[in-house]
Unconditional design. Sequence first.
Length: 115
Amino acid sequence: MAQNDWKSRLGVVYSSNPDFSYETDDEREDMATLPPERQNLIISIDRKQRAGKQVTLVKGFQGLDDDLEDLGRILKSKCGVGGSAKEGVIIIQGDFRDRLIQILQNMGYKAKRGN
């Protein structure tokens, strides 16, 4: 199924060479997750393209997608709201900047307010 994922190949120019093999750069999956004390997370708020609703963004996580989802799950449960974690960003519904900074600093992360 991963070979037929056309979305990851948008913008690719194909070769007429029969021996050509398309390769993707999966940098995110190969790197290990940094320990919490070496992570620099930025907590900001976003209202764009969300019908006026506020969401809190946690950016700057460096590591595996599974670890990002685990951290997102912990943050969502501590705030008691929904959200998602994808492409290196954790999205929490609502304005929880101050609470997330406190939670992340208690977990050992370097977290600061972006805006």
